[in-house]
Design a protein. Sequence first.
Length: 434
Amino acid sequence: MRERMSGPCPICRLAQSSHRSDFRPFTGEVTMFAQWIEEHKKEILDTFIAIRREQGDPRKDEDVLRGAEVIVITLIKSLRGEADWIQSIDAAARQALASGTPMAAVITAARGIYLAVQGVLEQARPPQLTEWLGILGDHMLQGSQTAAHVLESSMEEQVAQQTAELEETQRMLQLVLDTIPMGIYWKDRDLAYLGCNQIFARDAGIESYEEIMGKTDFDLGWADHAERYHSDDLQLIESGVPKLDCEEAQTLPDGSQMWLRMSKVPLLDTEGNVTGILGVYDDITGLKQAELERERLQQEIIEAQQQALKELSTPVIPVMDRILVMPLIGSIDTMRARDITRSLLAGIREQRAKVVILDITGVPIVDSGVADHLNKTIQAARLKGARTIVTGISDAVAETIVDLGIDWTGIETLSDLQTGLIVALGSLGIKLTR
């Protein structure tokens, strides 16, 4: 009897490459499967609890068992046509998110049920094993896609909410800045301070505005920036041209930094001569921080999406002890080929794999470039001591390989993944029996 398989949900991943998206099993087959699950429900739930304990889940058995039983009952009802599977998963995922349950915990629970049903199926080995595994895989694939969609929608809603909150913060901050007095100061032609208001005095680190008179920027808490301020003010004195709404960073006497929106205009006497400078500013530190925070959140989302796409593009699935399957979907370029090789070698090392199956059912085009990438990957796997089998070669791909003169005589190829699994098991001395 084979051991129960462990690791990432293999049928869910294999369904992407070996099952048609429009797969619809016969009603009788589905009904029989539902009846079988109901008859073995206790055994499935016991297996689920055992899997959970192996994974070190700290939650109480009764709490987890209730949730698992709901999933099993929902699966049975959906197979019988008494409930819509997608709608049920969607509702459960949204309820979990609303209650604060991490989506990872929901997916882990669903994966545990999948492994439990699969394990009991493989122990019982009914005549419909292959068909029922396919049905189970299709349901779990649809469920995982639905959960992923709910998670994506939730993330979008969270980002939208956070963005709205940031925008509201900015609006309120601007409203406050428009309502309270602004910092005001004025200087003579020699750029010595003649006066200021209390806001400016506070920012300058002095007790009152009286202390500012006769001082220059070199005498205040921002002496490190004084040369720049002096040069900027001198240019305004000489040109007589106002500088409006200029944003600049200001270091305060306590070492903190604030952002200012500064406007400076020349003070003119009755004859139009420049006699000094009038400066007004408001504090836009909050606006700048909100902008940086928004950029940070956006970057985190981009990096998370890139990481998720990378993991999906190079899946390594341990279907059982010492056997790995890597189903490849989509085109293969140089960068992805490098990721495929690295992921496969890491999987061989971590799982101590002896047989690796590269399934290219989902690769639309196999040209000389793709063949070269696969050859290098196979050679690297051999150096690690793993036998590599390539499956999923369609008629069109086979014709293309021949037409291009690509030499794959040294590569072990099989028509489909099922055959590849049988050969892989045989190479390890395992025979499938009914």
